[in-house]
Design a protein around this ligand. Structure first.
Ligand SMILES: [Zn+2]
Length: 288
């Protein structure tokens, strides 16, 4: 049984984007913690720990983190979940999960989480990444503390301030007549294909990054690059800008460093595609 929608009307509705949280969660700064009991976003690596006894999973509720032994990290207040104070905590891999709780992988093909819980888990993952990489100032190495009312931080040793870093990436679905270009990374299961994607480089706009990534990874040239929509990808901190484009010229020549296969597939006869929860799948479906 899946708790997620069968499809998404628009890219903004995809998991991890704020739209799916808006009726459930009000983000606040870490220093706004009102105290008292609340709900917990407990993350063990890329899994969200939830109460799974009922029909749909829910967040555990308690004054203190409901696990015997948690990491030494301090809980972080992140806002209000359905009106209740909501706190985030990284749980180490060694901590056993009590029987009434379950660790649900956020990146499962069909996560056993509702859309708002999946997005909240992703948000928590992104915040924990920021907290981890922002312990020390990149300018002088000094310790950093949160600015008042912000997720941004102030160095205690030099005047530098630092703010959460979101990395822009592009991903593209390419068509040639009735065919789609799909690629496979070596670490993916056999017959599981996806789209060309990559990070935006210095000085590039999105369309330039799309054309370069396609050229570098597959050797072909594309045209008619059209923006479709985007998805927050909190693993750890990307923003995926999704495009469709048309084939223009060239033969497929793999860049062996990243991809193990690249192939034109008939739109009527596609291999195993990326899961529904991803912009990759949205772009493939948009081109079918
Ligand atoms: Zn500094």
């Amino acid at each position: 049984m899946s708790f997620l929608p069968a499809g998404y009307a628009s890219p903004v509705d995809l998991p991890f984007n704020r739209a799916s949280l808006k009726d459930h969660f009000k983000p606040e700064a870490p220093d706004a913690d009102p105290g008292g009991a609340g709900v917990w976003v407990l993350l063990q690596k890329q899994s969200l720990i939830v109460v799974s006894g009922g029909s749909a999973p829910t967040l555990p509720t308690a004054e203190r983190a409901p696990l015997d032994a948690v990491s030494s990290a301090q809980p972080l207040y992140i806002g209000r979940w359905q009106g209740q104070p909501c706190r985030l905590l990284a749980v180490s891999q060694q901590v056993p999960i009590p029987q009434h709780l379950t660790a649900e992988p956020l990146l499962a093909r069909d996560p056993h989480l509702t859309l708002p819980l999946l997005s909240l888990g992703g948000l928590g993952h992104m915040i924990l990444h920021w907290e981890t990489v922002s312990r020390h100032c990149g300018n002088c190495g000094g310790a950093m503390i949160h600015l008042d009312g912000e997720w941004g931080k102030q160095c205690q040793q030099c005047p530098a301030t630092h703010f959460p870093r979101i990395h822009p990436c592009v991903i593209v679905s390419i068509q040639k007549d009735d065919q789609l270009l799909l690629v496979r990374k070596a670490e993916w299961p056999d017959n599981r294909f996806g789209l060309v994607a990559g990070f935006v480089d210095f000085g590039e706009n999105f369309e330039e990054a799309v054309a370069r990534e396609v050229r570098e990874e597959t050797g072909i040239e594309i045209c008619n690059i059209r923006y479709i929509g985007s998805q927050c990808w909190p693993f750890p901190s990307q923003l995926m800008a999704g495009f469709v484009a048309d084939y223009r010229a060239g033969e497929l020549v793999l860049q062996d460093r990243e991809l193990s296969e690249a192939e034109w597939f008939d739109k009527q006869n596609l291999p195993t595609l990326p899961p529904q929860r991803s912009i990759a799948r949205y772009l493939i479906d948009a081109a079918r």
